[in-house]
Design a protein around this ligand. Structure first.
Ligand code: CUA
Length: 377
């Protein structure tokens, strides 16, 4: 049964197409579907080396197969005859020295060029957007110093513009990675690393920490929201309004009882000790810059640094028991296991947070403003 046994050895390979069919090139975290200039250049470089490797593979395997077939038998029929000896052949030595050198040059020249094009520190131009991104275990602080915007875990940028990121870390090493927009860049305390990229299609792009930073590393995610200029301007304006609202005397709208309860609990439960909310209450100073800023939280698309979609249910679940959603994170659990009010109070705080940035709107309009999950790329 040698044929059957031999077939048994290669049979698993027949399953390979099925397994490979599971690979998609445009998944949410695929670098094979570039959306910006930098990602495109890195992708082009990858494809160039890929096809070059295929050419080498085809050539080598072709010669091998030719040799196996062509020289199966000694032409003389003498099994013990010694083949032609080519040791020290000058033409051969020159050929197999030059060919690899040429291949290395073909890879090295575009690689070095791409490094200089994409890794260079750029001088900000007037139309560039500058963002200071600081990695924390396990979330992202995002600050637009020129626009007075401080937020967390979600970057906004207008389509077609260039974003220049100053990358820093508040604790251990992290790495900033949005596969569809640019390659990874480490975030190292006091290192002042920079990254820049452009995006030429509106959408919501997935980002991830790409450096093992212990604990909840796998849940250290973020989103880049690429939108039309007017939507970006409206987003920025909503932050500037939130700040002004703090200075104004009047409460802008009448909220539902649940929202009012949530607003009160946000202080009573101590949330204000860590989380800044611009305009939370007159004369109140809230929060600590080393914790996620929740100003305009209702405009966010995710909860817990990209872990859950930002819906009332998910947000309440996160507030009620953060460890169940994202094991290892530093947010305290505010209720004891058997507290009968826990669910209701968590839902109230969630309802309050979801109004931030959406003041006076109906809940459905709030969800639409966040974009839901339809725009995910
Ligand atoms: Cu931050 Cu991994």
């Amino acid at each position: 049964m040698p044929v059957v046994r031999r077939f048994g050895r290669v049979a698993p390979l027949l399953g390979l197409p099925v397994v490979l069919a599971g690979c998609v090139t445009d998944g949410p975290r695929s670098m094979l579907h570039p959306i910006g200039e930098i990602a495109q250049q890195q992708m082009d470089l990858f494809m160039w080396t890929f096809w070059l490797s295929i050419a080498v593979l085809v050539l080598v395997v072709g010669v091998l197969i030719f040799a196996i077939i062509r020289f199966r038998k000694q032409p003389t029929g003498d099994k013990d005859a010694i083949p032609n000896q080519v040791h020290g052949s000058v033409p051969l030595e020159i050929a197999w020295t030059i060919i690899p050198v040429v291949i290395v040059i073909l890879v090295a020249v575009p690689t070095v060029r791409a490094i200089f094009d994409t890794e260079v520190r750029v001088t900000p131009q007037e139309e560039d957007l500058i963002v200071k991104v600081t990695g924390y275990q396990w979330w992202w602080r995002m600050e637009y110093p020129e626009l007075g915007v401080v937020t967390a875990n979600e970057l906004h940028m207008p389509v077609g513009s260039r974003l220049i990121l100053d990358l820093d870390s508040a604790d251990v090493l992290h790495s900033f990675w949005v596969p569809k927009l640019a390659g990874k860049r480490d975030m190292i305390p006091n290192q002042d690393n920079q990254l820049w990229f452009t995006a030429n299609e509106p959408g919501i792009y997935y980002g991830h920490c790409a450096e093992l930073c212990l604990g909840a590393h796998a849940y250290m995610r973020f989103r880049v929201i690429v939108e039309e200029q007017e939507d970006f301007d409206a987003w920025v304006a909503s932050f500037q309004q939130a700040g002004q609202q703090a200075a104004s005397e009047t409460q802008p709208v009448q909220d539902s009882q649940l929202v009012e309860q949530g607003r009160a609990l946000f202080a009573q439960k101590g949330c204000i000790g860590c989380h800044t909310v611009e305009g939370y209450a007159q004369g109140y100073s809230t929060g600590n810059p080393d914790y996620p800023n929740l100003t305009n939280f209702g405009l966010r698309v995710t909860v817990g640094a990209g872990v859950l979609e930002n819906t009332p249910e998910n947000l309440a679940k996160w507030i009620r028991d953060p460890q169940a959603v994202k094991p290892g994170n530093y947010m305290p659990t505010l209720w004891s296991e058997d507290d009968p009010n826990a669910e209701e109070e968590a839902a109230a705080i969630a309802a309050f947070l979801l109004t931030l940035g959406n003041e006076g709107q109906e809940p459905q309009a709030q969800a639409d403003a966040r974009g839901g999950s339809n725009g995910d790329r």
